[in-house]
Design a protein around this ligand. Structure first.
Ligand SMILES: [Mg+2]
Ligand SMILES: [Zn+2]
Length: 190
């Protein structure tokens, strides 16, 4: 079976704006400018586009898994309007100190752990070495690095603040997702 190349995307602060107190209501949903076009360019280059997102707001009792589904479906709809397609979305609802017992585990899927990446690798036969991860936090970058993806920190969302507190090596720092795709991922992929 052929392997696939993927671009793993964090959701909040990379594809969509990340308002204070956890994006979860549909009225908080807004695409970051250019993110739809960036995803379409990845679709056209035959990358699998896979969203991996920590959603510990569920563990904290702030919203439900159903709210995540509604928000994600809204995002998929908005992306469709610019012919952009997401191949899969994985989320982690856990937190080790969760208020809700059901979600109180030290899981392997909460980034910086690579559990969601590994799930996607198995399902889509991903070659991590020729894949990329784009995030706005060091926890994203660490997850990507730990499996051997090239990593990109965007300056949208929490990115600028995170960059000031530089923690790890990152392959590229991008203004936003569109910059990451146009000026790094597609050039590296030639
Ligand atoms: Mg984020
Ligand atoms: Zn988890």
């Amino acid at each position: 079976m052929d392997t696939n190349n993927a671009v793993f995307l964090d959701r909040d602060g990379v594809i969509t704006h990340d308002p204070p107190h956890y994006a979860h209501r549909i009225d908080q949903l807004a695409l970051i400018e250019g993110s739809g076009l960036a995803i379409k360019m990845l679709n056209d280059t035959r990358f699998k586009v896979i969203v991996i997102t920590n959603q510990s707001g569920v563990a904290k009792g702030l919203y439900t898994e159903n709210d995540i589904e509604i928000f994600n479906n809204g995002m998929i709809e908005q992306l469709k309007q610019v012919n952009a397609h997401i191949d899969a979305i994985y989320y982690c609802p856990h937190h080790p100190e969760a208020k809700m017992e059901k979600y109180r585990i030290d899981c392997d899927c909460r980034k910086p752990n690579p559990g969601m990446l590994i799930k996607a690798e198995e399902k889509f036969n991903i070659d991590f070495k020729s894949s990329f991860l784009v995030g706005d936090k060091w926890s994203d970058i660490e997850a990507g690095r730990s499996v051997g993806c090239k990593t990109i920190l965007v300056e949208t969302g929490h990115g600028l603040l995170e960059y000031e507190n530089k923690k790890y090596y990152v392959d590229y720092v991008a203004a936003d997702l569109l910059d990451a795709v146009q000026n790094f991922i597609l050039r590296m992929n030639k």
